[in-house]
Design a protein around this ligand. Structure first.
Ligand SMILES: [Zn+2]
Length: 111
C-alpha cells in the first residue's frame, strides 16, 4: 500500500499524493534490506575567528554552489539569546565537496 513519508498514513492503491501533506506517496514501507541513502559526512574546511569572517567564507562557498554548515548555527539553536562567549566559527561542507570547497576558497583569496 502506498503511504505518505511524512504522516505515515496509508492510502489505497492508485493514490499518488497525500492530500494532507501534499507529498508524493511512497510505493511501500521501507524494508530492512533497503539501505538508507548514505549522507555525506561534514568536514570542516575553514575556521574563522568571528562571525563576519565566517559569513565571508560561507558566501564564497555558497556562491560556488556548495552547501555549508556552520557550527554557529547549532550554537544559536541551543542558545537563542546569544549569551556567553562565541565559539570559534567552524565552516563545514559535505565530504564529497571538500576539494571543490578548498579550491573555491583558494581562488577567492587570490582576488
Ligand atoms: Zn501525509
Amino acid at each position: 500500500m502506498p503511504f505518505c513519508p511524512k504522516c505515515k498514513y496509508e492510502y489505497r492503491e492508485g493514490i499518488k499524493r497525500c492530500p494532507d501533506c501534499d507529498l508524493p506517496l511512497r510505493a511501500h514501507l521501507r524494508e530492512e534490506s533497503e539501505p538508507e541513502p548514505m549522507e555525506d559526512a561534514w568536514v570542516v574546511v575553514a575556521t574563522a575567528p568571528n562571525e563576519m569572517e565566517a559569513r565571508v567564507i560561507r558566501s564564497v562557498l555558497e556562491a560556488a554552489g556548495i552547501p555549508v554548515w556552520e557550527r554557529a548555527d547549532i550554537v544559536t539553536a541551543l542558545n537563542p539569546l546569544g549569551m556567553g562567549p562565541l565559539p570559534e566559527e567552524s565552516i563545514a561542507v559535505p565530504e564529497s565537496r571538500v576539494d571543490y570547497a578548498k579550491k573555491a576558497l583558494r581562488d577567492a583569496r587570490k582576488r
